[in-house]
Design a protein around this ligand. Structure first.
Ligand code: C2O
Ligand code: CU
Ligand code: CU
Length: 489
């Protein structure tokens, strides 16, 4: 840990301060049609579902008149949306058409470690990988993305990420909007920078390596400035922060309230009415928006509350782009015909495995070294003082057990901490636990000097050899070592 003064000196030294401290409000005109990623439901044989996925590169016209080299799954840019039911046995055949190694990880899924698609399951160029597992968890909005060692940031940035929706009977009985592309929409929010020729610009500054890559152009499902036309009054949005590093504070421009119904791991117990929501990288939230007033609200990122009143800390906020304001997408509800809507209040009940004693407590300290002399060496980013090593198992967990993990942030910036193969509950953090953080989670934002306590029930999958990962979901931090490995036995 170094002092704030030292940090600032360091920041100045390595030239990572933004050129302009002036806050520029970006007000796009909404002219592109909202893109709904194609749905891929697989080939069904009873309870078995077969998916063929092609990891490919392609050209995409993201900026009018320019071609951008992108990556995608079954399409040129980003992944198709996968959809399956609880209790389905899914079989993926993943073909890597790229000339480099890659992987596909099922983020948020409970599954055997060798099916997880982490760095140990990388697929050779032109190679193929099969992943099979039974879906054994409630309806939820999950996602899938590349997890190639040291390359996750670059590969996700270029497009290797998509949504994965799980359905179940319990949620279907609630009569929530669930017709894909009609009243139920994926909203993958990502920020990107483009070069003048249209190519994606990745990691050009020291600041991006330190703080994670942030871009000044916002995309929703791969499209800039989209306008979504809807015709029913109650719309469900599945928001996924698919950005490499940026945390959003989302709200509507008319300050309307909306209803939060789901978090990373599925539906909440009760719907919660809010006016704004914070979404860190990899987090998902499902919301219901009442559009019976037939207007045209804009979802936007508002400048974050200045959590750190001290001048040096608000400079940290600026370095993370938190003072920026973006419009994300606009809804056109002028054609909405049906009348007032009723929002459900009771949703599902969560089993909290309170009958199982807590078998272990573990602590994880997130660390960043800000020493310019050692800059870009391997141990720049670490957990418990160790940078990721594929050949080292950091933790051994007992299958079926309940543990408390304490995640301590010893750095000057927030980190979204993610654990594979589990959906945990946040049981303690600074301040009140509220909004989507009351639900099941697989990723949690940990603030500077904060320790967040998680209660985790580990599934019964056992494998003493193949590990799962836990890591910071700022992908540049993960790629530079803020990741560890655990096995479940
Ligand atoms: Cu979203 Cu380890 O990944
Ligand atoms: Cu994951
Ligand atoms: Cu981080």
């Amino acid at each position: 840990m170094i002092s704030r003064r030292r940090l600032l000196q360091t920041a100045l030294l390595v030239g990572m301060l933004p050129v302009s401290m002036v806050h520029a409000a970006v007000r796009p005109r909404f002219y592109n049609p909202f893109k709904v990623p194609p749905l891929e439901v697989g080939r069904r044989e009873g309870k078995h579902l077969y998916f063929d996925l092609q990891i490919q590169s392609g050209l995409s016209e993201i900026i009018p008149g320019l071609q951008t080299v992108t990556l995608g799954i079954n399409q040129p840019f980003l992944g198709v949306t996968l959809r399956a039911n609880r209790d389905d046995h899914v079989h993926f055949k993943v073909v890597n058409q790229l000339s480099k190694e890659t992987t596909l990880h099922w983020h948020g899924m409970k599954l055997p470690a060798k099916e997880d698609g982490g760095p140990h399951q990388s697929i050779a160029p032109l190679g193929q990988w099969e992943s099979d597992y039974k879906i054994d968890q409630p309806a939820a909005t999950l996602w899938y993305h590349s997890h190639q060692l040291h390359q996750t940031g670059a590969q996700v940035y270029h497009g290797l990420a998509g949504m994965f929706i799980i359905d179940d009977e319990e949620s279907q009985n609630l009569n929530l909007p669930s017709t894909y592309g009609v009243d139920d929409f994926p909203v993958i929010i990502q920020d990107r920078d483009f070069n003048a020729d249209g190519s994606l610009q990745y990691l050009t500054t020291m600041r991006d390596r330190m703080m994670g890559k942030r871009g000044d152009t916002l995309l929703v499902n791969g499209v800039i400035n989209p306008l979504l036309k809807v015709e029913t009054a109650l719309i469900r949005f599945r928001l996924l922060n698919g950005s490499n590093a940026r945390t959003y504070q989302l709200e509507f421009n008319d300050q309307r309230s909306f209803s939060v119904i789901g978090s990373d791991g599925g539906l909440l117990e009760q719907a919660i009415e809010v006016r704004s929501i914070r979404l860190a990288p990899a987090e998902r939230v499902e919301i219901l928006v009442d559009l019976s007033d037939g207007t045209m609200p804009v979802l936007r990122q508002r400048p974050h509350d200045l959590r750190f009143p001290q001048r040096e800390m608000s400079m940290m906020n600026r370095m993370m782009g938190e003072e920026q304001e973006f419009d994300i997408f606009q809804i056109d509800a002028r054609k909405v015909v049906n009348g007032p809507v009723t929002l459900p209040s009771q949703l599902v009940s969560h089993s909290m495995y309170r009958d199982i004693p807590i078998q272990a407590e573990r602590s994880f300290s997130l660390q960043m070294m800000m020493n310019p002399a050692r800059f870009m060496t391997q141990d720049q980013f670490s957990i418990n003082g160790k940078a990721m090593d594929m050949n080292r198992i950091d933790e051994v967990v007992k299958a079926g057990s309940v543990e408390v993990w304490k995640i301590k942030n010893l750095t000057m910036m927030p980190h979204p901490f993610h654990i594979h193969n589990v959906q945990f509950k946040i049981i303690k953090r600074r301040g009140r636990i509220k909004s989507h953080e009351l639900g099941f989670k697989d990723t949690v934002l940990v603030h500077p000097n904060e320790t967040v306590h998680l209660m985790i029930h580990f599934p019964e999958y056992r494998d003493a050899v193949n590990p799962y990962m836990y890591h910071c979901h700022i992908l540049e931090h993960e790629d530079q070592g803020m990741m560890g490995q655990f096995v479940v036995t």
